[in-house]
Design a protein around this ligand. Structure first.
Ligand code: ADP
Ligand code: MG
Length: 632
């Protein structure tokens, strides 16, 4: 007697219905979740042409009996659910009995399987939903599902697939995430026969993070340990048992600032989800520690009673509804906050009590109701492929601090001043120069520096204050771009090649931009598995900065992927080089150097803002100076 049953209409109708197969990554998600549900410990995934041509997953799970192997392709046929009550506490990843029939209807599928308790196996072949073959097969226990020619019979759907590169990135992201959730299991991913991920079983999540991201990322992460909160059920709830939730995982310190939420990975009871409530909890934990609109890296595993979470909300099962959302929200926020606090000097951090007062949950829910969500998409992976695991970039600790005291400021090479968000006068009387005053730039005379950071200069139209870092950044940006376009970037060979380890996603990214990197003066080549060697770099980039620039460029390239304009990407890369190579603030400059800087600035095409859009100079017009002294 098989394990699979066809659900009654009553149950089937209660299941969130909808299309699950959207792209190769959604097929991978469904088959991978099936293998996990089948208790497999080894997963081997091969894809070709971004998964359009081939997706094959082999597992060593419990396998399927002969009858089940056919029944599995009926709609609403599942071994994981039988009764309507089961829907209230789903402990498996699948439960809808829809994935296999959906996938089989839009591809050529072969299922090869053998149940552990049976001596012979079965092969079932289906194309476009039609069963072509069902025979005995000798094989080891476990299941292999091969999906070829996805959407071969639905050309309209095929059109929506993105490039091979992007589809592969989505698949890589998915497998990487699941491998992080199951450190004790082994995962292999190969694309067009080249290996993108191969992780062997390890004892701890920490070791798995190391396998996937490398030691650099691990150093930046704080371990949340195992935290648990038991909470009494609110009085109005009939089910009066006390509940407990457990949280473990890793978060980055506030110095890691991501530009989107794509480095936040959430697992609830082993299921990868996107959830705005938890995303908000994470952001609140970093409140006041990180500028708004920046996000940390977070890998969180939340475990609770299956009754506490409703996964039957969306067909792709990536959205959930929590029964006691506010409690979970505050628990996650406080747990992360505590770990962050333990890392930082106390004086600069508001207490959790203050924080709670700042962001009461009720206010959040109100705000959130009017919000459009970046996560309301059915795919398991966020639309943007930069959701991939990636190396994190170190940015200056935040909020940026600048010492305006009279004492010489400490050397803080990476510190940046706050970026003003208005373009109005910054100091009384000082304004951003008008376009017609640019002429005056040519004969500015540097008088000195304030705080070793700003050049004071006299001009024929008044007094100028120039931010030395952003001014230099603008100069270098234009020089780098011009040299690149002439294919004449000056490079320096490295005594020893710098070997950099990449994540699977970065490796894909690297393959895409290697030529452009080369044109910008980084001579790199693949160096074994997920590793590249940098053999030379542009002369303007100091040896200590090379690795940072390469990672920053890989990150930009992921972000800019969707813009697709090569020109944009090139400019962003040049901006990154310029920023790293430019003189810093809190740095004393010789008069000759200041003079050079001002003259070089005057020669740039856009001397008033840096490539990132920050202002470079402030001007006190002679007229205003005269007025202030009542001379006119
Ligand atoms: P669901 O996962 O929602 O039950 P699916 O259509 O994904 O529905 O799968 C149907 C059934 O096929 C599952 O309930 C399970 O019994 C069986 N099955 C699918 N994949 C595997 C696998 N890799 N190993 C063992 N059984 C599997
Ligand atoms: Mg399933």
């Amino acid at each position: 007697m098989g394990r699979i049953r066809v659900l009654s209409d009553l149950v089937a109708n209660k299941i969130a219905a909808g299309e699950v197969v959207e792209r190769p990554a959604s097929v991978v998600k469904e088959v991978l979740e099936n293998s996990l549900d089948a208790g497999a410990t080894e997963f081997r995934l091969d894809i070709e042409a971004g998964g359009r041509r081939l997706i094959r997953l082999a597992d060593n799970g419990i396998g399927m009996m002969r009858d089940d192997a056919l029944l599995a392709f009926e709609r609403h046929a599942t071994s994981k659910l039988s009764d309507i009550k089961d829907l209230l506490s789903i402990a498996t990843l699948g439960f809808r009995g829809e994935a296999l029939p959906s996938i089989a209807s839009v591809s050529r599928l072969v299922l090869e399987t053998r149940a552990r308790e049976e001596s012979s196996g079965t092969v079932v072949e289906i194309a476009g939903g039609k069963i072509l073959r069902c025979e005995d097969l000798a094989r080891a226990a476990g299941t292999t599902i091969t999906v070829r020619d996805l959407f071969y019979n639905v050309p309209a759907r095929k059109k929506f697939l993105r490039t091979e590169q992007t589809e592969t990135a989505h698949v890589a992201s998915l497998i990487t995430h699941y491998s992080l959730a199951h450190p004790g299991k082994s995962f292999v991913l190969r694309h067009n026969n080249s290996e993108l991920l191969d992780v062997t079983p390890v004892a701890t999540a920490r070791e798995r993070v190391f396998q996937v991201f490398g030691s650099r990322v691990l150093e930046d992460l704080l371990d949340l340990g195992e935290q648990e909160r038991t909470f009494p059920i609110p009085a109005e709830d009939n089910d009066a048992r006390a509940r407990s939730v457990r949280l473990r995982g890793f978060v980055s310190g506030p110095q890691i600032q991501k530009l989107n939420r794509n480095s936040i990975y959430l697992f609830v009871n082993g299921r990868l989800i996107r959830d705005r409530l938890l995303l908000h909890a994470i952001s609140s934990a970093y409140h006041n520690l990180m500028p708004p609109a920046c996000y940390p890296f977070a890998l969180l595993f939340l475990d609770c009673d299956p009754e506490e979470v409703d996964v039957n909300v969306h067909p792709s099962k990536t959205e959930v509804r929590f029964r006691h959302g506010p409690i979970l929200h505050d628990f996650v926020r406080d747990a992360i906050r505590d770990v962050l606090m333990a890392q930082r000097p106390v004086s600069r951090i508001p207490s959790p009590a203050q924080l709670a007062a700042e962001l009461p949950y009720s206010e959040f829910t109100q705000r959130v109701q009017n919000m459009t969500l970046p996560i309301a998409e059915p795919a398991a992976v966020p639309e943007n492929p930069s959701a991939l695991p990636e190396f994190v970039l170190k940015r200056p600790a935040s909020p940026p601090r600048f010492d305006f005291s009279e004492a010489p400021a400490a050397q803080q090479p990476d510190q940046k001043l706050p970026i003003p968000d208005t373009h109005g006068p910054l100091f009384p009387g000082g304004t951003l120069p008008e376009p017609e005053s640019l002429e005056a730039l040519k004969d500015l005379r540097p008088l000195g520096q304030i705080h070793d950071s700003f050049i004071i200069a006299a001009g024929r139209d008044g007094l100028w204050i120039i931010d030395q870092h952003v001014a230099h950044e603008r100069i270098l940006f234009e020089q780098v771009l011009a040299a690149r376009n002439r294919r004449a970037v000056e490079t320096q060979g490295l005594l020893l090649p710098l070997v950099i380890q990449l994540t699977a996603a970065q490796q894909l990214e690297y393959a895409r931009i290697a030529d452009e990197l080369n044109a910008l003066g980084f001579d790199t080549e693949p160096f074994g598995n997920r590793t590249i060697a940098v053999k030379s770099a542009p002369v303007c980039v100091g040896p200590a900065e090379i690795e940072k620039v390469v990672f920053e460029i890989l990150e930009i390239s992921e972000r800019e992927l969707r813009k697709t304009s090569v020109e944009d990407l090139r400019r962003a890369m040049a901006a990154s080089i310029a920023c790293r190579a430019a003189i810093k603030i809190n740095m004393k400059l010789e008069p000759a150097k200041m003079d050079w800087l001002l003259r070089a600035l005057a020669l740039t095409s856009s001397p008033m803002s840096c490539p990132h859009g920050r202002p470079i100079a402030l001007r006190y017009a002679t007229r205003d100076i005269l007025k202030s002294f009542h001379r006119i």
